[in-house]
Design a protein around this ligand. Structure first.
Ligand code: GAL
Length: 510
């Protein structure tokens, strides 16, 4: 229910972005109760308790935000799904809540504006899929810096839960096609820009690069990844690494295994862990990207960096025996994973490592952000077996929709996104390295320091699962569908044939 309510909220917030008129000033709010958030509280639960219906949480959000405008000891709720312990909430009287909700329609922009106090310089609607611990913590750092520099702009966090943007991208696209846009939104560097009809639904951000001299501070490899159809479509905040094997140190020690560097070592370690009664592998699947993600790393580890990169440019054939080998390895890997992977998000799989319930997990380094957010330090990392010296890369940027309600505020955000201060604060929490080359890593944790170093020496190849390597339809249909189906059937020949077909459909007959 919590997620459902949240997705509704987010969809509605994004609709609210049309002509974000400043919210009408509300007469003084009276709180019937003041509640301090404790662990396990969320808005819909509090609403049910106070008013008998979960959907009345809008009234608590409205009352608390209005109250915050006059008394900052009250919380400002920008993300209804991320209450923090200790936040002070205003629960209006049942009568006030009913009066508010009577005419409240969450799909009506003018009504949604009432949920937020108005900024003298309007709103900034930031859309992303960053709702998990480290992701939200990182984004929040940027919000803090933006608020400090622009206290008159009200930030609306229009995040849609779902790792890798599984839910976000489709929802955003239909809204953009319907003429509704946030002020800025999360966009992967590379082919993903093609999803949003560049030049029509999104506009180039070349000017942001020019005025901030960004071409001089981003590495050439990243700039090449970002430039699409001769323009830049997003300002990058980070570089993430896809091919990381994370492990719980105590569990590996307990089973007497050392971090594996080859697949033979990996499976031997997994057998030892199993024999010691420890679940060897934590795998997610619920967010709909984890399987494809794991397989891209296994692929990269089954051939040279150049051969892997060539899969996406027609230079390497998908008929290669190395692809067959990668599928065999993936099949074996799946046999060691938790059977309920389709029920777990990537964050839940990461949590299994944190909780000492599973030993190893392949995931991008947003997992590092999750460890930081959970104050968990007993973890180690290694390149996914076979990928030493290879950095499977992706980058998150912020784009500018053609119909951004407030391009002025969006541009302020884009300037901030490219800045050293924002990238240092954001990435230390997010688990990624800076897009900029001049960040000071001394305050970053040991993993990030090692990733920053690897970035400078490794062969950089693009992630397909996170927008960089292939056209959106190849990545999210051809390639993804073949892998998801393979995880169920285990039919190597059929999966390879489907991958060959997907490449052919993308314009690379094999
Ligand atoms: C990726 C994104 C990361 C991370 C991850 C899980 O696509 O680039 O920033 O958040 O999804 O949601």
């Amino acid at each position: 229910m919590k997620k459902f309510v949240y997705v509704l909220l987010v969809a509605a917030l994004m609709l609210a972005s049309i002509g974000t008129a400043a919210a009408a000033p509300n007469s003084a709010i009276t709180c019937d109760q003041t509640v301090t958030v404790t662990a396990g509280d969320w808005l819909s639960k509090l609403a049910e308790k106070a008013f008998g219906t979960v959907t009345s949480y809008w009234a608590i959000m409205w009352a608390t935000n209005q109250k915050n405008a006059e008394d900052s000891s009250y919380a400002k709720i920008t993300n209804a799904d991320a209450l923090e312990v200790g936040q002070k909430l205003c629960i209006p009287s049942k009568a006030d809540a009913e009066a508010f909700l009577k005419d409240f329609n969450p799909t009506r922009a003018s009504d949604l504006a009432k949920l937020f106090a108005s900024g003298a310089k309007g709103q900034l609607i930031v859309a992303s899929w960053w709702t998990n611990g480290g992701e939200f913590a990182g984004l929040n750092q940027m919000f803090e810096q933006f608020k400090k520099a622009n206290p008159d702009v009200e930030i609306v966090n229009a995040a849609v839960a779902g790792g890798a943007g599984t839910n976000f991208k489709g929802q955003l696209l239909s809204q953009l096609l319907g003429g509704v846009a946030p002020d800025t939104f999360q966009l992967h560097a590379g082919w993903e820009a093609d999803t949003y009809n560049p030049g029509v639904l999104i506009v180039p951000v070349d000017e942001v690069y020019k005025r901030n001299n960004l071409e001089a501070v981003f590495p050439p490899t990243l700039l090449a990844m970002l430039k699409f159809k001769d323009h830049y479509w997003g300002v990058p905040v980070n570089i993430h690494r896809s091919n990381v094997l994370w492990y719980n140190k105590a569990l590996l020690d307990k089973a007497g295994v050392t971090p594996p560097t080859t697949w033979d070592e990996f499976f031997a370690a997994a057998d030892k862990l199993k024999a010691a009664g420890i679940a060897p592998v934590a795998l997610g699947g619920k967010d709909g990207f984890e399987l494809q993600h794991t397989f891209e790393d296994i692929l990269a580890g089954s051939m040279t960096a150049e051969e892997y990169a060539g899969l996406w440019t027609g230079k390497t054939s998908w008929k290669s025996p190395k692809v067959t080998q990668a599928l065999e390895t993936f099949k074996k890997y799946l046999s060691y994973a938790n059977a309920d992977h389709d029920a777990l998000t990537w964050a839940a799989a990461t949590q299994l490592l944190i909780d000492g319930k599973a030993a190893m997990n392949i995931m991008g380094d947003w997992a590092n952000g999750q460890f930081v957010a959970a104050n968990f330090t007993d973890y180690g990392w290694a390149p996914v077996p076979g990928t030493k010296g290879i950095f499977v890369a992706l980058s998150d940027s912020f784009a500018l929709p053609a119909k951004a309600p407030s391009p002025a505020n969006a541009n302020l955000w884009l300037d901030l996104a490219g800045s050293k201060a924002a990238q240092e604060a954001f990435n230390a929490q997010k688990g990624s390295i800076c897009a900029r080359t001049d960040c000071d890593y001394s305050a970053f944790n040991a993993y990030l320091q090692s990733a920053a170093k690897d970035w400078t020496v490794d062969a950089i190849v693009p992630s397909v699962t996170h927008g960089a390597a292939a056209t959106p339809s190849w990545a999210t249909k051809g390639y993804a569908d073949a892998i998801v189906l393979f995880a169920t059937t285990g039919d190597v020949a059929a999966a390879q044939a489907a991958l060959v077909q997907a490449a052919a459909d993308a314009g690379f007959p094999q």
